[in-house]
Design a protein. Structure first.
Ligand SMILES: [Fe+2]
Ligand SMILES: [Fe+2]
Length: 164
């Protein structure tokens, strides 16, 4: 069960990684239309992904890491969401040197969370089968609802309370 999780989780991060790297290339090529399209793809992937992480996976890791570290993962999500909003603006702007440099800096700022988050699967191996089941069930639910990152953030997202 946790092996299936590791494989699924890795594949999701791989898609986000590739989307972000292609996005950086699109900005470098000053192709705002392509950048906008990639931002849409990335938002569609990360909406459900961040959501099941925040609603089920991350809270279940508090017993291992404590609340402070898990909070920092959610801080990473806050940063990624803010960056995504700015990247949408930049994609629609005049792509001068400063805009390209800013966009590439924002993409670089998101990338470490992709690899940090993927590493969490080593800890998921220590969760109970029922906890891993609950993560898969939440994942299915969030994919079914299919809210993209910014829509989710604008509507249902509440920062989880982890402590206590
Ligand atoms: Fe993740
Ligand atoms: Fe995450």
């Amino acid at each position: 069960m946790s092996e299936e999780f590791t494989i699924t989780f890795r594949e999701e991060h791989r898609q986000v990684r590739d989307g972000l790297m292609d996005l950086s290339d699109a900005f470098a090529a000053r192709d705002g239309a392509r950048a906008g399209e990639l931002l849409g793809t990335i938002a569609a992937l990360t909406g459900p992904h961040f959501r099941y992480e925040e609603e089920t996976l991350y809270p279940s890791l508090v017993q291992i890491f404590g609340a402070d570290y898990v909070d920092s993962l959610i801080d990473d999500h806050d940063g990624a969401i803010a960056s995504a909003r700015r990247l949408v603006e930049l994609a629609g702007s005049d792509l001068d040197d400063a805009a390209v440099a800013e966009a590439q800096g924002l993409v670089r700022g998101i990338l470490p969370h992709v690899s940090d988050c993927d590493g969490l699967s080593i800890m998921v191996e220590r969760l109970s089968p029922a906890e891993v089941d609950a993560i898969f069930a939440k994942r299915a639910e969030t994919l079914d609802e299919g809210l993209d990152l910014l829509t989710w953030d604008d509507t249902v997202r509440k920062r989880p309370a982890l402590a206590g």
